[in-house]
Write a protein that binds this ligand. Sequence first.
Ligand SMILES: Cc1ncc(COP(=O)(O)O)c(C=O)c1O
Length: 576
Amino acid sequence: MRPAVPPVDIGLDECNGTIPERYSTIRSPFFMDDLAFRNLGHQLVDILAAYLEKLPDEPVYRPLPAAVQKELATMTIPAEGMVPEDVIAGFLRLVLPYGRGQNHPCFAAFVDPAASKLSMLAAFAAAVTNTSGAGGSYAAIYVEQAVIRWLAEIVGFPADGTDGVLLGGGSDANRHCLEVARYWGAKVNGWDVRTEGLHGHPQLTMYMSEEGHSCLEKAAFTLGLGAPRKIRVDDDFRMNVDDLEAAIVADRRAGGRPFLVAANAGSVKTGAIDPLDDLAELCQQEHLWLHVDGAYGGFGVLDPRAAPLYAGLERADSLALDPHKWLSVAIGCSCALVRDGALLQDTYKLIPSYLSLPPGQGFAGDVWYSHRSAEQTRDSGRALKTFWNMQQAGKAGLVDHVRRHIDLARYLEQVIEATPDLQLLASGPLTAVCFRYVPAGETGDERLNRLNQAIAADLQVEGRAFLAGTDIRGRFGLRSCALHYDLDERHVREIAHAVRDAGHRRVGATPLKEGAHQRATALGSAAALPEITPIPAGADLPAAAAVPATAAHTSRTARPASAASAALTEETTCPS
Ligand SMILES: Cc1ncc(COP(=O)(O)O)c(C=O)c1O
């Protein structure tokens, strides 16, 4: 045993006036003792669990009262600190009741599903460990590696060579993939974008479907690529490969440098899946990078009935996926997958002296996600949330989860078809269903657009169901993309009923007052509507298809004009 080293009096134990206070006696403003943490944690979990329990019977969305907005907008930093109980009380009073509603089963707007309860707990557990996902020899890094490997397996990317990184959202993952594509595109055109940038070099041209998500365009212009070339879609909203080929040829003739095609595996409006195999073929032939935006629809490949539509996905050079969408992971987690994984590090890796560690020593480890992204300190909770969700569901559970939503989207279409005054506008192979309210006798698209925009706004403040809308070839459609993990046929009927009732109210010229929550209790009040008929296993799914304007529309317009539709003509409260 080594002898204890005698303390050396260096004459600083009274601080000699170099620091004004004895910090050993002063508590940090962030101090909380262990028992208080335990008690507060238990209380908060109890309150939040009760909130989740009641949620399905509450309005989906509750408009933010002006007083709450004002209080938050004018709040100043408290001069003196508050006790944690008061901080939490403020959250319970001002924030919790006025969320966006996306944990509610009848929230069907955008692609914003509920978070699973386990992923909520994972977010908390990750915050407790407070581990940066930068890299090194610790477990969180290998959790992220496992998640990326599992995601790659689901979409058929090769186990050897594929690499990826988890990021905050689909927009981020798409931009990330495009950054790698740009690095590659410059390289094959003879320069190094890391050292030379884009100045003085030929314009690299990117192609995307006209139905592609806006984040692809944002990525293009923030990456200095300029506006992407938009390629027309066919009747099923899928990128037209002949048009793409013609554009590439024309651009090459004009001296451009085509380098990237960004395709959809689930377009945001209708869930269309571009002809990925044909695109992969063309990209191979033209030596272009094929990127696929699977942020919304990538996981649809799990449903064996839909899988054939994804043929070619496994040939993509990069793919954006969003576990915080269809995998019910709490916001935010996305994944950028790159088939030639070395390019990911070629694009980002940079190790300054202050981050350099001797390889294989200390905690250096051999996997660094900060070498695969622009981030240094990284949220390791993304990986943990997804890891836990994928473990809870297992492969079979993930398949069931995706099937449930695809079945229920087809059911919503049946309900729409069977409901007077509702008209299907576009039907895709996944979960997005676009429809509108068409009162008897009304034929004018412009008036119907205004009416349905007003219905969308009414629905949102009413609280029964929450839908957003989109343009379907010049017609405004309410778009349902209901992806709650517990979604069932009652919620689907409620969504359809809420739209029909809101439409009736509008044409009856009795617009809902803001904040008037008129939740009809009857989730199950569907007497006149059909029962669910899930698509049988093995059945072929149709590709996305626009509902022919004339056929669907005439069935609605054959009825005589009513007083209600006459009232619509007078409608003045619709936003234009
Ligand atoms: C097809 C598609 N791509 C990208 C995104 C953007 O993803 P995020 O909202 O996670 O940034 C979305 C969002 O709905 C989407 O539907």
